[in-house]
Design a protein around this ligand. Structure first.
Ligand code: CMC
Length: 427
């Protein structure tokens, strides 16, 4: 235990407790600061603010480490499955084999979505962005299933969690089928989670779909890599919305909205669009690097940089290896060649070195999704499918924390002082 921190304001010394996490992360506890001193802290973007204590995910951004419940993601992507990792983050420990079998069974059993919800897909234009459809239908699930919030029983929460993980991939695949005007393919009890998703996406009444085990393995790895990433924008949204005791389904829908942004999960779509632009332009990737460095231009290299990683994103390393393996079998993708060229040049460029900008998870994931036949607009949806167990785990942890309160930051008001109303004729 470190000494208390001392803060001197206007001649008065305030003692603030400090705490150190299990991996040595240090914090000053300011929870009583405003009550004692009248001061709040100002930290836009929360770059220095810990919003909670959490035992789910550990990241060391300087060293490029990511672990779920203590287990390195390199081991999980090598040895585990998406269903098992989901159970790991949700329950806090690796499941015994009977627990895992039962979870896998109920995941498949709950993969169907209500027919009315399925039919509502026709109320969206065929070219609606699939993130808009996913967010809306997940929100819609709240209308079909019992309300679940912080006061619900463990059983009710477990049922809703399974329901959400199971149904997200079905909604995603159905929205794709709707967008291309093909009939929906229902989930099958004989298939595992990723197999079912690929089958629902690509099988049709006239053309069966042969499930490629390499693609299933690659998809499982991608989903595992996306399961959780501690207090990022969408996980914090989950906690903030959930802290009002809003319905679990609505908190997840809010997280989906947060994930869609191009600075967060939407970056995987932006990366593919950027690589395609470089390819079509016939220019050297170096021209785009120069453009990203030019401060008078708002262009940024999509897929580079991260708020926490100031080293190679460990998720990008795993995906890059999988990309090479999968693409060895299929036709060489020119976008992969461009991506590797771009990465090589960026890693030698002073601008990026000084700012510690490395490829992030989104840089290579799109190339793999493309190899699976998944359209670019669906990439962020895939991120959401993978992140679902993480969001729910963050929510579960929050509601079981006795110190948790409704999320409600303060502000420093810098607007007008009291101003009298001016009648319209005098303005
Ligand atoms: N290209 C060019 N310059 C960049 C980039 C980039 N991709 N990312 C950051 N910079 C520069 C930025 O201009 C700034 O320069 P300066 O110090 O001269 O003003 C410096 O690096 C620090 O950037 P920042 O925006 O203050 O850093 P941040 O921590 O607020 O933002 C980020 C992190 C991920 C939003 C940002 O790096 C970015 O916009 N990257 C591109 C989008 C992207 O790939 N997002 C996916 C993130 S990983 C998926 C997920 O977990 O959500």
């Amino acid at each position: 235990m470190a000494d208390n921190a001392k803060l001197i304001i206007e001649g008065t010394t305030y003692e603030l407790p400090t705490l150190i996490g299990t991996e040595g992360e240090k914090a000053v506890d300011i929870r009583k600061l405003r009550g004692a001193s009248g001061y709040v802290t100002l930290d836009s973007g929360y770059m220095n603010t810990g919003s909670c204590e959490s035992a789910i995910t550990f990241i060391n951004g300087e060293e490029g480490i990511l672990r779920y419940r203590g287990i390195p993601i390199e081991q999980l992507t090598e040895k585990s499955s998406f269903a098992e990792v989901s159970k790991l983050v949700l329950d806090g420990e690796l499941p015994k084999s009977d627990v895992l079998d039962e979870f896998s069974r109920v995941l498949t059993e709950n993969a169907m979505i209500p027919e009315e919800l399925k039919n509502s897909l026709y109320n969206f234009p065929a070219d609606a962005h699939p993130m808009s459809v996913l967010g809306s239908l997940i929100f819609g699930l709240a209308g079909f299933y019992p309300h679940v919030d912080a006061t619900s029983s463990e059983d009710e929460i477990r049922t809703a969690a399974t329901n959400l993980i199971a149904k997200t991939s079905t909604i995603a695949a159905f929205s794709y089928k709707r967008s291309i005007g093909e009939p929906f393919v229902y989930p099958s009890k004989d298939l595992g989670y990723s197999e079912n998703f690929l089958n629902m996406m690509f099988s049709s009444p006239v053309n069966g779909y042969e499930i490629d085990s390499d693609m299933v393995e690659a998809l499982e790895k991608l989903l595992i890599l996306h399961v959780d990433h501690e207090q990022n924008c969408s996980a914090s949204t989950m906690r903030l919305v959930g802290s009002s005791h809003a319905n679990l389904y609505s908190a997840v829908a809010a997280s989906i909205a947060a994930l869609w942004g191009p600075l967060h999960g939407g970056a995987n779509q932006s990366v593919m669009e950027m690589l395609a632009t470089i390819h079509q332009s016939g220019k050297d990737p170096a021209d785009f690097i120069e453009m990203a460095k030019d401060k008078s231009n708002s262009f940024r290299l999509a897929g580079f940089g991260h708020r926490v990683y100031k080293n190679y994103d460990p998720r990008a390393r795993v995906i890059k290896g999988t990309c090479r393996k999968v693409l060895e079998k299929s036709a060489k993708d020119p976008l992969l060649q461009i991506a590797m060229q771009l990465e090589e040049q960026v890693l030698q460029d002073d601008y990026f070195i000084q700012r510690k900008l490395y490829p992030n998870v989104d840089f290579y994931s799109g190339i793999l999704y493309k190899a699976m036949g998944i359209p670019t607009e669906m990439f962020t949806v895939l991120f959401a499918i993978g992140r679902m167990p993480g969001w729910i785990s963050q929510w579960k942890e929050m509601i079981s924390d006795p110190t948790n309160k409704i999320g409600r930051p303060r502000q420093i008001y810098n607007g007008n002082n009291k101003t009298d109303y001016t009648p319209v004729e005098n303005r």
